[in-house]
Ligand binder design. Structure first.
Ligand code: ADP
Ligand code: MG
Length: 441
């Protein structure tokens, strides 16, 4: 995961220099909280954390995935400036020989996978495939929603085969396609074919992105046929079953249905509890029964998010030097869920904005149309929306506006202006910083 910083270097090449300097440059990679499938970065304040999260987190995840083949969760936290030397105690998972060469995540094994009703079928079939590749279930097609363990199970097969000294190829479909395009361009398709056709087992993750990529589908079809006829195992994952992949050509659809279709369903409460316990043990985090139950019943079904929450909880507990009690977990989670770290109120915002911009607080809440006042009002609404947990209707009432659509209109408007006006953007950031420090005193 030294990769975490490398990815920011890649991001630098894809975004405007000023955006990079303003936001990404100040981002710190939190190596000790990160793992190969969860990257933790810290931003200097809430607003830039939010900005980075909405604007760049997906991009960072994408660049990381292209690099590593791992579909990781990106966490943008907030730096704690007066606490540089806290000890984070998340132990590192062992990295085995293979990670960089095959791009398999070494912690995705059958042993680390928790089974329950929702995923048992996929798990058992996958194990059987690992033990007897190319025999009973070829291809194996695993499908299910985001964060339910498809990649984990697929790579568990890969890791197992790797141990048996098989030549394993793991690619996201996107990587397969990129490789194909590169080889087409450089006129080296013979090398492309040699690479894929010499493997013992081919793992293609997230094939749903195949939609309408006709040429790549063609090539994949040939790769598939050749491997299949040689009795080589093929495993595919997707967020939906073959018949629901729009633009998937019929001949591939029918190939996928030749073998075994295994669905992973969202985990039930019991399974969630078991997963949380296992993750806590693996990460060396102590969680009481009541905390585990609370997390299981209050978090969603995306297991990557559940893991992220456990890591976040632990990081906070180390930072604040407090044990993870039920109360602590509740607070931390409600904070995270609303993504509002402090109890900033709209009154606080008006107070700071009016004193900084030299406008009467009552004017901000009035209907006056003077340019300066309109701008201050817009800024206040924008900050209220971003820094407080108030809903749009609540903010509308506060500013005496018609309804929530007036607020969403204002938000769009100011976002448009910010996109053009660097000075306003800087001003808003400074105001936001002031409001945050004002509240933390
Ligand atoms: P998907 O590919 O379906 O989006 P992943 O396989 O990437 O999901 O899983 C997301 C995260 O959740 C991974 O860190 C994975 O290890 C973990 N995970 C998912 N299901 C389980 C499970 N049943 N037991 C343990 N960990 C799981
Ligand atoms: Mg996946």
């Amino acid at each position: 995961m030294e990769n975490g910083l490398k990815i920011l270097e890649k991001l630098k090449k894809e975004i405007p220099q000023n955006e990079y300097d303003r936001y990404i440059k100040s981002l710190e990679f939190d190596q000790s909280s990160s793992r190969s499938d969860i990257l933790v970065y810290n931003a200097p304040n809430i607003l830039s954390a939010k900005w980075i999260k909405t604007k760049y987190a997906k991009k960072i995840a994408h660049l990381y995935e292209v690099e590593s083949g791992i579909n990781a969760e990106i966490i943008i936290g907030i730096k704690n400036n007066n606490n540089h030397n806290h000890n984070k105690i998340i132990p590192k998972r062992k990295q085995t020989q293979s990670e960089s060469s095959t791009l398999l995540n070494p912690s995705f094994t059958f042993e680390t996978f928790v089974t329950g009703e929702s995923n048992e079928l996929a798990f058992n079939v996958a194990k059987s495939v690992a033990l007897n590749p190319g025999e009973h279930y070829n291809p194996l097609f695993i499908y299910g929603g985001v964060g339910l363990g498809k990649t984990h199970i697929m790579q568990a097969i890969g890791n197992y085969r790797l141990n048996e000294n098989d030549k394993v190829i793991y690619n996201t479909f996107e990587q397969f396609m990129n490789r194909y395009i590169t080889h087409i361009r450089s006129n080296t398709m013979d090398r492309f074919r040699e690479y894929y056709r010499n493997c013992d087992i081919l793992l293609i993750d997230d094939i749903q992105f195949i939609s309408r990529k006709e040429q790549t589908q063609d090539e994949f079809f040939h790769t598939f046929n050749e491997l299949h006829s040689l009795g080589k195992q093929i495993v595919i994952t997707s967020d939906r079953p073959p018949k629901k992949i729009a633009g998937l050509v019929d001949r591939l659809k029918s190939r996928f249905e030749w073998g075994m279709l295994a669905n992973i369903n969202p985990p039930g409460l019991e399974t969630k509890i078991a997963i949380i316990k296992k993750k806590a043990i693996m990460d060396g985090i102590r969680l009481d029964e009541e905390v585990v139950n609370y997390l299981a019943s209050n978090l969603g079904i995306n297991i990557r998010e559940i893991e992220g929450t456990i890591i976040r909880l632990n990081a906070m507990s180390n930072l604040l030097r407090q044990p993870i009690t039920l109360e602590f977990a509740k607070n931390a989670i409600s904070d995270y869920m609303s993504e509002k770290k402090q109890n900033i109120t709209i009154d606080d915002i008006i107070e700071i904005v009016s004193s900084e911009l030299n406008i009467k607080p009552s004017d901000i809440k009035s209907k006056k149309r003077a340019k300066k006042i309109v701008e201050a009002r817009r800024i206040s609404i924008y900050l209220a929306r971003n820094l407080t947990p108030n809903s749009m209707p609540q903010i509308a009432v506060y500013f005496g506006m018609k309804d929530h659509s007036a607020i969403s209109h204002t938000m769009r408007k100011i976002e448009e202006i910010i996109a053009q006006d660097e000075n306003l953007k800087v001003l808003i950031e400074e105001l936001s910083n002031k409001i945050e420090t004002f509240k933390s005193k």
